[in-house]
Design a protein around this ligand. Structure first.
Ligand SMILES: CC(C)C[C@H](NC(=O)[C@@H](N)CC(C)C)C(=O)O
Length: 706
């Protein structure tokens, strides 16, 4: 094999183009993904369920298409051409997404909304399909192509390459997940200014083109392994023949063979059989691995939801719940160099042989620890959550809208004095109590507020209050108007509308931070400013005594229906730390392991097998979450952690019996022996065969040194 491209510090120069390509491609992918759900929801106007389902289907597809790309690369086009062609498909997909997000194209009435939504939906779905084909298709090829650039003796350099490759993945994704949401938030358009999704998709499209150009520029420097015919078809036929032949010779009269694949020997090349054995051995080892990804991929779902129930104020910096996910790539950028240059060498110095499979096992355990941390944080959060009424209970609040003190006697409760404009705390009442006055009807499982009018003999009003934490860390706000005139309340982001006298508005969701409400009654106005945290709910009461003017703020009463989140988001950092440390040990190692243990003609196929474990992991999340349906979130985290520990135990046993191989060495031996036909070499061939028979039945070929 001639792999003599120009070298810098012992590394082939060609890998520079490959890692830059990966950086740009991951920027493109994660940047587009960061705004995808919002595009579905706010541009295509889909509901939450549809948006989430299509999003997850897209992500799952991105991890299924690697198999397609790998087969094309290993059997037909070779990795280089596959990367070029699929990158073009990918870039077209990104451009289609950017064009689909230009509202002006179909906005014939120029009101800012597209008039032919079908056009935008179809174009974006075609775009997403092409992107899934492209990103998934090239993924196993780029990693394997990078590995191909190293000579067989450059194990150490190749390991460093996979670490740098992983750094580029995370550098690109980190940058894009910060940048594209900012681009989306800009206003742009020809006839009307709207949120700029076209720019948020356009920049990733441009980066994909850059990735393609960079990859082509390096063309003259790459080592390009030629595909060796339709290898996947040969593999399938060979396996099929071995199974059939074994079945035909099932009777005891036929001598047993070392490995069931040896039953293909009558028809197939010994080298191919040996290569299939190598692949099957690794694929067998992959069986427990999806469980790691099951936990890992919950960062983007469960953990982000957990963050929405937490307080994101870091001093003057406010972190939004979904921004917590960037902790993962940030930690990757710091942990990969630390592991490579400090931790692993230190472990080595201690005389421990920290083999790839041991690293992966430890990575799994770290992920399980991360979920135990998540469960502990959840228990803390649960302590701070309001107690909502059970199905046989009602909760009632009283708000005295009058200017006199009233005394309220409730069955089973002490008399309660409420001064003017005062709101009581929650009162728990068992519904169906015989003494409850029939003038108010309490609803089971509900929180309600009884608005006591200015004149006590007037009709009493009951409001239905919020019975769950507002979603996504928002604050649910409403106004009660105790004045004799209607009041209009607005803020730049929401309008509560005109609130009639002795009436109340619906809840509006408001983001955290300082908000100034403007109250209008006729030509008179009043400004009311307040600071919101995350996940609270308030009822603001406008009393009959309100005097519009500069000091009006003091007359308004804020009744806290749900406390703002108090458990700090920083408490999620340990779980992010453990899952990322686990990822470095598991994923970076697995990437390199999949390359190093694959036969030369199936490198991309094994990379695809590795990525397939990610796809399966994502499906397991859906299945376990559906089946388990645990009432407490912390219990679900503990369940996932326990499942991973169990799987990790099985994996460690499988790993114990795994023998590391050097595929290049095995292949070289077979090729050499097949080419020589004298007696001596026939003898050698037999010796080699005996050697590999021993190997595939569990002997030790290569002592792995980290
Ligand atoms: C499944 C992984 C091999 C995918 C890998 N992801 C990461 O490296 C993450 N740490 C990135 C983060 C932004 C989620 C990838 O190739 O994207």
């Amino acid at each position: 094999m001639n792999k003599k491209s120009s070298r810098v510090c012992g590394y082939p120069l060609s890998i520079f183009f490959i890692v830059v390509n990966e950086f740009c491609e991951r920027f493109s992918y994660y940047g587009m993904r960061a705004v995808l759900v919002l595009y579905f929801k706010y541009f295509l106007r889909w509901d939450d369920d549809l948006a989430t389902s299509i999003y997850h289907t897209f992500v799952a597809l991105c991890y299924l298409t690697p198999i397609l790309g790998a087969i094309v690369a290993d059997s037909w086009l070779g990795k280089f051409k596959t990367i070029i062609y699929l990158s073009i498909v990918y870039a077209i997909g990104q451009v289609a997404m950017a064009v689909s997000a230009i509202h002006d194209i179909t906005d014939t009435d120029r009101d800012g909304t597209p008039d032919n939504m079908t056009f935008h939906v179809v174009l974006s779905m075609v775009g997403l399909f092409l992107i899934a084909l492209g990103t998934g298709g090239i993924k196993p090829c780029v990693a394997a192509f990078g590995g191909d650039q190293f000579s067989d003796h450059q194990d150490r350099q190749r390991r460093t390459f996979f670490s740098v490759f992983y750094l580029c993945i995370n550098g690109g994704s980190l940058l894009s997940t910060i940048i594209t949401p900012i681009l989306r938030a800009q206003d742009c358009g020809i006839h009307s200014q709207q949120k700029c999704y076209s720019l948020a998709f356009g920049v990733p499209a441009a980066l994909m083109l850059v990735a393609l150009v960079v990859f082509i520029v390096g063309s003259g420097m790459y080592y390009k392994a030629e595909p060796q015919g339709n290898i996947m078809l040969d593999v399938c036929k060979c396996i099929g023949f071995a199974i059939k032949n074994r079945y035909r010779h099932r009777s005891n009269q036929y001598p047993k063979r070392q490995h069931w694949m040896d039953w293909a020997e009558e028809k197939y090349d010994k080298l191919l059989i040996a290569q299939i054995k190598m692949v099957l051995k690794v694929l067998f080892l992959y069986i427990p691995l999806p469980m790691f990804w099951t936990l890992f991929d919950q960062k983007g779902s469960r953990w982000t939801l957990q963050a929405t129930t937490m307080n994101g104020y870091f001093g003057s910096l406010v972190i939004q719940p979904d921004q917590m996910q960037t902790v993962n790539p940030i930690l990757i950028l710091t942990l990969v160099p630390i592991m490579d240059s400090v931790i692993y060498p230190l472990i080595n110095k201690c005389g421990l042989n920290f083999t790839p499979l041991k690293r992966m096992t430890v990575g799994m355990l770290l992920a399980a620890i991360a979920f135990v941390c998540a469960a502990l944080v959840q228990i803390e959060i649960d302590k701070t959550l309001p107690t909502f009424p059970s199905t046989s209970q009602s909760q009632l609040k009283l708000l005295n809208m009058g200017s006199e003190t009233v005394t309220i006697k409730m069955p089973g409760n002490d008399p309660l004095n409420l001064t003017a404009a005062q709101v009581s705390g929650q009162i728990n009442i068992s519904v169906g109590h015989p003494e409850v006055r029939n003038t108010i009807s309490l609803a089971k499982g509900q929180r309600q507020t009884l608005l006591i009018p200015l004149t006590i003999t007037d009709e009493w009003l009951m409001t239905d209050d919020i019975t769950s934490k507002p979603q996504e860390g928002n604050n649910a706000i409403r106004f009660v108007n105790g004045m004799k005139t209607a009041v209009n309340v607005s803020i730049p982001a929401a309008n509560f509308g005109l609130i009639e006298p002795f009436s109340y508005s619906n809840y509006s969701l408001i983001k955290n931070g300082k908000v100034t409400f403007t109250l209008w009654s006729g030509s008179q106005s009043c400004e009311y400013s307040t600071d919101f945290g995350f996940g609270s709910s308030y009822t603001f009461f406008i009393p009959s005594t309100l005097v519009f003017g500069p000091n009006c703020q003091e007359s308004i009463t804020a009744a806290e229906d749900i406390k703002p989140n108090s458990v700090h988001m920083a408490l999620q950092i340990p779980q992010y730390f453990f899952i990322t440390a686990g990822e470095v040990m598991f994923s970076v190692t697995g990437l390199e392991f999949s390359y190093s243990q694959a036969p030369s003609n199936m490198k991309a196929v094994l990379q695809a097998g590795w990525l397939f474990t990610v796809a399966i992991g994502n499906f397991i999340v859906l299945i376990v979450a559906e089946l388990a349906k645990l009432p407490k979130q912390w219990a679900e985290y503990v369940l996932f952690a326990s499942l991973l520990v169990a799987v990790c135990f099985i994996f460690s046993i499988m790993a114990y019996f795994y023998t590391y191989i050097d595929p290049a060495e095995i292949e070289a031996q077979f090729k050499k022996n097949v080419n020589e036909d004298d007696e001596d070499n026939k003898h050698k061939l037999q010796k080699t065969e005996r050697f590999y028979r021993k190997l595939f039945s569990g002997g030790t070929l290569k002592q792995y040194t980290a």
